[in-house]
Design a protein around this ligand. Structure first.
Ligand SMILES: Nc1ncnc2c1ncn2[C@@H]1O[C@H](COP(=O)(O)OP(=O)(O)OP(=O)(O)O)[C@@H](O)[C@H]1O
Ligand SMILES: [Mg+2]
Length: 276
C-alpha cells in the first residue's frame, strides 16, 4: 500500500511552531585571514543582531579592519563563512553590497570629483533616480556641514571633510547594515556629535551598525554591545555589563578599564629612562 498521504487525510498533530528568531544581521563563523603566513584574523565567530549598535574593538593591528574588509567583500577569507542579512558575499557580492554601507579605513575617494559630484555618482551607482539622488545629496551635504564646500575638489578637502563625504556616500542608498571603520577619526566635535546622534537614531530605526573606534567613551555611550579582539582572536563579547561580570571587574569599571584589562594586562614595557 502506498505510504503517500491522501490530500484529505487529516494531518497528524504537529508540535507548535517554534517562534521565529530573526536571523542575525551579521554572522561570521570560524573566520580566518592569513597574509603570507601571518595570521591577522584567527577563527573569529560572531553574531550581531539586527538593529544592534555594535562596537568592534581591539588594539592596533588586532585585525579589525581586516575583518571589516572580509565582511564587505574587499578581501576574501582564508577560511570561514560570512552571512550579511542571510546572504553570503562569496556567493552574491552584489546582493550584499546592495544592503550595506561601508566607510572603509582607507577612503577610496575620487580625488578629481567635487564632494557633490562624488555623492551624485554614488547615488546613481546604487540605482537611485537622478531626482532622488540630488535630494539626498543636498540633505547629506547640509547635514554634515559640507554645503559650502560642495563644489571643491576632494583632493583639496581636509581629512575630516573627506571622512564626512565618504560617510555621506556610505549612507546615500539608505543601507540596512553599516560598517564604519573609525568613522569619528579626524572629525571635529560638532560634526562628531551630529554623526553619532544620526547613527543612534538609525540604529533605533533597525539599521545594524558595526563600528570600530579607539575612542572608548564614545563607544561606551553609543554601543549596546561590543566585541574585543586581540591578535586576531575574540577575547570578549557582550554588553558592557556582561563583560564586567565575566571578567570580574567592578560594576563601575569604565569600558576603558575593561579594555585595558583585556588586552594590556600582560604587556611588559621598557621604562625609556634615557628619554627626557
Ligand atoms: N594587506 C596586508 N598584507 C599583510 N599584512 C597585513 C595586510 N593588512 C593587514 N595586515 C596585518 O594584519 C594585522 C591586522 O591588521 P588590521 O589592519 O586588520 O588591524 P586593525 O585592528 O584594524 O588595527 P588599527 O587599530 O591600527 O587600525 C596586522 O598585523 C597587519 O600588519
Ligand atoms: Mg584598522
Amino acid at each position: 500500500m502506498s505510504e503517500e498521504r491522501d490530500a484529505n487525510t487529516p494531518e497528524a498533530p504537529t508540535e507548535p511552531p517554534i517562534p521565529s528568531v530573526p536571523a542575525p544581521a551579521i554572522e561570521l563563523t570560524g573566520l580566518r585571514k592569513e597574509f603570507r603566513g601571518t595570521v591577522a584574523v584567527d577563527d573569529l565567530t560572531l553574531r550581531v543582531g539586527r538593529g544592534r549598535f555594535f562596537g568592534f574593538l581591539g588594539p592596533n593591528g588586532a585585525g579589525k579592519s581586516t575583518t571589516i574588509k572580509m565582511l564587505t567583500g574587499l578581501l576574501s577569507p582564508t577560511a570561514g563563512s560570512i552571512r550579511i542579512e542571510g546572504v553570503d558575499p562569496a556567493q552574491d557580492l552584489l546582493g550584499v553590497k546592495r544592503v550595506i554601507g561601508v566607510l572603509p579605513e582607507e577612503l577610496p575617494l575620487y580625488e578629481r570629483l567635487s564632494g557633490e559630484e562624488y555623492l551624485l555618482f554614488a547615488g546613481r551607482m546604487y540605482g537611485l533616480s537622478r531626482a532622488e539622488t540630488r535630494r539626498r545629496a543636498d540633505e547629506l551635504l547640509d547635514f554634515l556641514s559640507l554645503a559650502e564646500d560642495r563644489g571643491k575638489l576632494i583632493v583639496d578637502y581636509s581629512q575630516g571633510m573627506r571622512k564626512k563625504v565618504a560617510l555621506a556616500a556610505a549612507l546615500i542608498h539608505s543601507p540596512r547594515v553599516l560598517f564604519l571603520d573609525e568613522p569619528l577619526n579626524g572629525i571635529d566635535p560638532v560634526s562628531g556629535r551630529v554623526v553619532t546622534d544620526l547613527l543612534s537614531s538609525l540604529s533605533k530605526k533597525g539599521v545594524t551598525i558595526f563600528f570600530t573606534s579607539h575612542v572608548l567613551d564614545v563607544v561606551e555611550r553609543l554601543c549596546d554591545e561590543v566585541a574585543v579582539i586581540d591578535r586576531g582572536r575574540l577575547v570578549a563579547q557582550g554588553t558592557l555589563d556582561e563583560i564586567r561580570t565575566q571578567r570580574e571587574v567592578g560594576g563601575h569599571a569604565s569600558l576603558e578599564d575593561v579594555f585595558l584589562k583585556l588586552v594590556a594586562a600582560d604587556v611588559k614595557r621598557p621604562d625609556l629612562a634615557w628619554l627626557g
